[in-house]
Write a protein that binds this ligand. Structure first.
Ligand SMILES: Nc1ncnc2c1ncn2[C@@H]1O[C@H](COP(=O)(O)OP(=O)(O)OP(=O)(O)O)[C@@H](O)[C@H]1O
Ligand SMILES: O=C(O)[C@@H](O)C(=O)CO
Length: 423
């Protein structure tokens, strides 16, 4: 294993696994596997990039640091030369959140400083300019992310947001330095290290900027960012003859299908609206879930009775509805109840023979993937930017798409089911 990634949620892990497996056009990517939590056993020998999916974005800082360090140790034991800490391209975290503390703890453990922190993912509209994060043409705090159910993002200046979480000062390398090339980026990062700035927000607006940053950090032990930061990394190893460039695995799994959407993000709500016009779809009554009158069995029987027609169940709601439920039942309680519901539903679905499963939302996907107990998922072809097809191998293979809330085209659900079946 050459590159080891510690991802703070499940869909984020799939996202960066997709980038590593895809690589750059004409160059190829790395043979990549996504692990659900820190594996107990050694990785298979042909794995070139290992991505450990944690569920550490919204847990206590202490636990997030502990789990991330465990993951780092396992990855180093597998031979990794480079560790990447993957967080959300919209920098999802609270002011007391985990990006800063985990980044600093990994840097201390690896004895490094002046470490890149860059959430840019231009393919999904996320760019960093003058230390500010944009989603398409909007500042982060005006992009809809200010209404996120778990971590409302209310400041687009991610230097300032990160500084709320870190022990030390945060550095910044602007786009001018990035455009002057790898050597300039390297010297700017070294300067930050000399000033004892452990984490350094680096501007990036295009994929080319990210490739340039990738070249600048070819020999760095630690890199942090969104999936975009990995665009240039496979090439460093392929060019040196250390990786073969074989990348994503082609597979197809046909059979009964289901879609579960727990994300309330704008893109998912659009996908739900579009899909439910033409396919059997069941909205989840959140109050019913909270009083115990809506159960997993209700969701399962709906989905199983409509297989063949791409059935969907969803809790996705508008920001106003989410706020009303949270005010009535408590933010954590309602999230836990829904995550549990989706997890149990997924277990029952797979037991009943579902072979293709599409899940929308990072927390929701985490709950589902943990409940299904898959240890390792092979990375297949990209469905939409940031979302690969995943394969849980075994006697009865199950193909999955774990979609970040804000990812995917409006017709994502249908497209994902087709891609999983190799169509
Ligand atoms: N109707 C609802 N009311 C309140 N909370 C909800 C509702 N539907 C879902 N939730 C909770 O909101 C959270 C949504 O987070 P999730 O990570 O799944 O989606 P997301 O944040 O859009 O995706 P990502 O993290 O990939 O960007 C989950 O914990 C889920 O249980
Ligand atoms: O980086 C992103 O936007 C996604 O991979 C993600 O982490 C959303 O949960």
């Amino acid at each position: 294993m050459l590159i080891g990634v510690i991802a703070d949620d499940f869909t984020g892990a799939s996202d960066i696994a997709n980038t590593l497996a895809k690589g750059l056009p004409g160059q190829g990517g790395l043979r990549t596997v996504q692990y659900l939590g820190v594996p107990k056993e050694a990785a298979a020998r042909n794995v070139e990039a290992g991505v450990i999916a944690l569920k550490s974005r919204s847990i206590s800082t202490e636990l997030a640091v502990e789990q991330s360090l465990d993951a780092m140790h396992w990855l180093l034991e597998q031979g990794c030369q480079q560790i990447v800490f993957k967080y959300c391209s919209t920098f999802d975290s609270t002011p007391g959140g985990n990006i800063g503390p985990v980044g600093e703890a990994l840097a201390t453990a690896l004895g490094v400083s002046g470490v890149v922190a860059c959430p840019a993912f231009p393919g999904a509209g996320r760019t960093v300019y003058q230390g500010h994060l944009f989603v398409n043409d909007r500042l982060l705090n005006e992009s809809g992310l200010q209404n996120h159910p778990l971590n409302p993002m209310t400041d687009a200046d991610i230097r300032r947001w990160l500084r709320l979480q870190t022990a030390g000062e945060v550095g910044h390398v602007g786009i001018d330095a990035v455009r002057r090339g790898p050597a300039k980026i390297g010297s700017a990062l070294r300067q930050c290290a000399e000033e004892r700035r452990v984490l350094v927000i680096v501007d990036a607006i295009t994929d080319e900027d990210l490739v340039t940053i990738g070249r600048a950090v070819a020999d760095d032990r630690l890199i942090t960012g969104g999936s975009g930061i990995a665009i240039g990394l496979p090439g460093n190893f392929i060019e040196r003859g250390l990786a073969k460039g074989t990348g994503a695995v082609d597979f197809s799994v046909d059979g009964p299908e289901a879609i579960l959407a727990g994300s309330c993000s704008g893109a998912t709500r659009g996908q739900v609206e579009r899909h439910s016009m033409l396919h059997p779809s069941l909205p989840i009554d959140v109050a019913g879930v909270m009083d115990g009158s809506v159960k997993a069995a209700d969701l399962t029987s709906f989905l199983l009775s409509h297989t063949g027609n791409a059935p969907l169940v969803y809790s996705s709601s508008t920001p106003e509805e989410v706020q009303a439920s949270q005010a009535r039942f408590g933010r954590e309680k309602v999230a836990a109840a829904l995550d549990d519901l989706f997890a149990t539903t997924a277990q029952e679905l797979v037991k009943s023979g579902i072979r293709r499963l599409v899940v929308a939302g990072g927390e929701t996907s985490g709950a589902v993937a943990s409940a299904l107990g898959y240890n390792a998922l092979t990375i297949g072809r990209e469905i939409d930017p940031g979302v690969p097809a995943l394969l849980a191998e075994g006697e009865r293979p199950v193909a999955l798409a774990l979609k970040s809330g804000n990812f995917g085209a409006p017709d994502f659900f249908k497209k994902a089911l087709q891609r999983l079946a190799g169509r």
